[in-house]
Design a protein around this ligand. Structure first.
Ligand SMILES: *[C@@H]1O[C@H](CO)[C@@H](O)[C@H](O)[C@H]1NC(C)=O
Ligand SMILES: *[C@@H]1O[C@H](CO)[C@@H](O)[C@H](O)[C@H]1NC(C)=O
Length: 581
């Protein structure tokens, strides 16, 4: 009581004001979020991507389902062209706003096709061929800053782990940046490990710590190490551009001068490698000798495009587009974090090299609609079926598709682009696959909620329609009858069960393009309890409403025609009082 007595009126007033302000803020938030935003979006569909990018739907809008526990992305198309309508997009969303992270496949319209939860952090989801067969490959493990320690998974078309590939050696762990299956059915993978090193050439401690950038070539079938290359044995410490005044003094904060992020192997057994911190793309002989260097402090190429071809900085994902013609593609970040900014925006690039004459020429550039900046990560992929280029914007939650000449055709966002600097949603690389076929081992998943049956089949790529089937209880060996068919458009579809009270068991058949059944869901027992008691309840409810209305009507009628006010409480009171005692 004392507390309340001593409370000053001002304090009470202040608390009331704060309380009102907080309530006002909450009301304003909900009004904007649930009333104004959908209203704007409805009034102007063209405004929707802008609202999305501003974060009105959240930093990374997500979607929940009834029949599945996975959480899907809700993407938005900010540019769309029919010619992009082929293939699946492969992402590894991670970041503070993506909910449960995990490798994700979405279709060209942005609908989730497959999502796996339960792996650790994943990167680099891709379809790669091994011994002539498609595998879904990705890295999974622990991530520290931009490095990782884990292993590489290869899933077959049933999403079973067919191979788990690991780095070879003591304290050598597969890093997140690269896992490339070569035409020789071997795997190239990155390993970042800490070694002690003399960093005095960098003006740092002579007994310092270095991130050694190693890549290994592994025989996938046996796990045997075939080849290993260590950057520090070939590349001088002073070739880096990374400015990190604190790196290299402590074992748990080593200095990363090279940052190897992609390797590829050509038909002659040479390796093409990309190092972000030296701005170099380097060709190595099959025994690891440097053959030539493109970009960086020791660039060997003359730029025939007046500087535009050698303009890349902090790049990723260098690949031969045509080995014979000397054409390669890469993702040019132009930025290595806040301390290392160069150009105004990131871009994909296609370069033509004349290795014999040491010349380079810029053929095409791939720039996003909003001139996206990606301070880290990113990828460029050639799509042979459509002759398009596909660019993943790494740190920025976006992917784009282009004509070969750089004309932007389509762009999707899977997070609010205005918030990307806060690391809310990223995908290390983004790829497109037109060949992936998923046939999950588990049957389609069904769940009934509120008289509606929901169905989904995580990972299945061949379902074109769902058929609802029902059976009547009494029969022991019940037979199913087809009740309804709907097209599969989204990850999850649903059937209303309201009018199907005579059926007590349901299942759903997944139909392919030709109408063949791919699989049946499990059978769910359910009886629409609407049957008789719901009808009786409804009749009773209507009877009550009718009686009330009838009485009201009668009284009004009497009051109008006889003047007897049967409406007022008073007359009731008077009447009750007049009852003789
Ligand atoms: C490039 O080298 C080839 C021989 O490899 C030569 O025939 C050609 O003239 C050179 N081109 C230029 C532009 O120097
Ligand atoms: C780029 O290629 C597309 C399709 O091949 C074509 O329609 C377009 O006109 C080209 N644009 C330029 C600038 O050459």
């Amino acid at each position: 009581m004392r507390l309340f007595d001593s409370m000053k009126p001002q304090l009470v007033r202040a608390l009331v004001v704060v309380g009102l302000a907080a309530t006002g803020a909450v009301l304003l938030f909900y009004t904007v979020a649930y009333l104004l935003t959908p209203l704007f979006a409805w009034l102007s569909p063209t405004l929707n991507p802008t609202l999305y990018d501003l974060g009105f739907y959240g930093a990374c809008p997500l979607q929940k389902y009834v029949s599945s526990d996975v959480t899907g992305l809700r993407t938005t198309a900010i540019k769309w062209d029919e010619s992009c309508d082929n293939g699946y997009v492969l992402l590894t969303p991670s970041g503070d706003s993506v909910g449960a992270p995990g490798p994700t496949i979405i279709d060209s319209q942005g609908e989730v096709v497959w999502k796996a939860e339960g792996y650790q952090v994943t990167t680099n989801l891709k379809v790669q061929k091994y011994k002539g067969q498609d595998y879904l490959t990705f890295w999974s493990g622990k991530k520290w800053g931009s490095l990782g320690a884990g292993s590489y998974f290869m899933l077959d078309s049933s999403y079973r782990v067919a191979y788990e590939v690991k780095a070879v050696g003591e304290n050598m762990f597969g890093d997140l940046h690269e896992f490339k299956i070569t035409n020789d059915d071997t795997a190239l993978l990155t390993v970042y490990h800490t070694v002690d090193a003399d960093l005095s050439p960098l003006g740092k401690a002579s007994s310092g710590w270095l991130t050694e950038n190693t890549f290994q070539e592994i025989d996938i079938a046996t796990g045997e190490l075939l080849f290993e290359w260590r950057a520090s044995e070939h590349v001088d410490l002073t070739e880096g551009y990374m400015w990190n005044p604190f790196g290299g003094y402590l074992r748990n904060s080593p200095f990363d001068y090279y940052h190897l992020n992609s390797m590829d192997k050509d038909s002659h057994g040479n390796y093409l490698i990309s190092a972000r911190h030296t701005h170099t793309i380097t060709s190595l002989s099959p025994t690891g000798e440097i053959q030539w260097i493109l970009g960086g402090r020791h660039n060997q190429f003359t730029d025939l495009s007046g500087g535009a071809a050698l303009d890349f900085r902090w790049q990723h994902d260098a690949r031969w587009w045509s080995e014979e013609e000397g054409i390669l593609t890469l993702f040019d970040n132009q930025e290595g974090g806040v301390l290392n900014r160069e150009g105004p925006y990131s871009k994909g690039m296609m370069l033509k090299l004349d290795v014999a004459n040491r010349t380079v020429e810029l053929l095409h550039e791939y720039i996003s609609l909003q001139k996206t900046r990606a301070p880290s990560q990113g990828s460029v992929q050639y799509l042979p079926e459509s002759n398009h280029m596909f660019v993943g914007w790494g740190h920025s939650p976006a992917f784009s598709e282009y004509s070969l000449n750089g004309t932007l055709l389509c762009e999707h966002h899977f997070g609010a682009s205005w918030l990307h600097v806060w690391n809310r949603a990223v995908s290390y690389r983004s790829f497109k696959s037109t060949t992936w076929v998923g046939r999950p081992r588990e049957p389609p998943s069904v769940k009934i909620e509120d008289q509606t049956l929901y169905v989904s089949w995580n990972g299945a790529t061949e379902v074109v329609a769902w058929e609802l089937q029902g059976a009547v209880t009494e029969a022991d060996d019940y037979e199913f009858t087809a009740l309804d068919v709907i097209d599969k458009e989204a990850f999850e579809e649903s059937f209303e069960l309201t009018d199907l009270w005579e059926y007590t068991r349901f299942r759903v058949a997944a139909l392919d393009r030709t109408g063949q059944v791919l699989s049946h869901s499990e059978v769910v027992s359910y009886h629409y309890e609407g049957g008789w008691w719901r009808t009786i309840f409804a009749v009773l409810a209507w009877a009550v409403v009718f009686t009330i209305c009838w009485h009201v009507y009668k009284r009004i009628w009497r009051w109008k025609h006889t003047g007897a006010n049967g409406f007022k409480w008073k007359s009731y009171e008077l009447r009750t009082r007049q009852i003789p005692k």
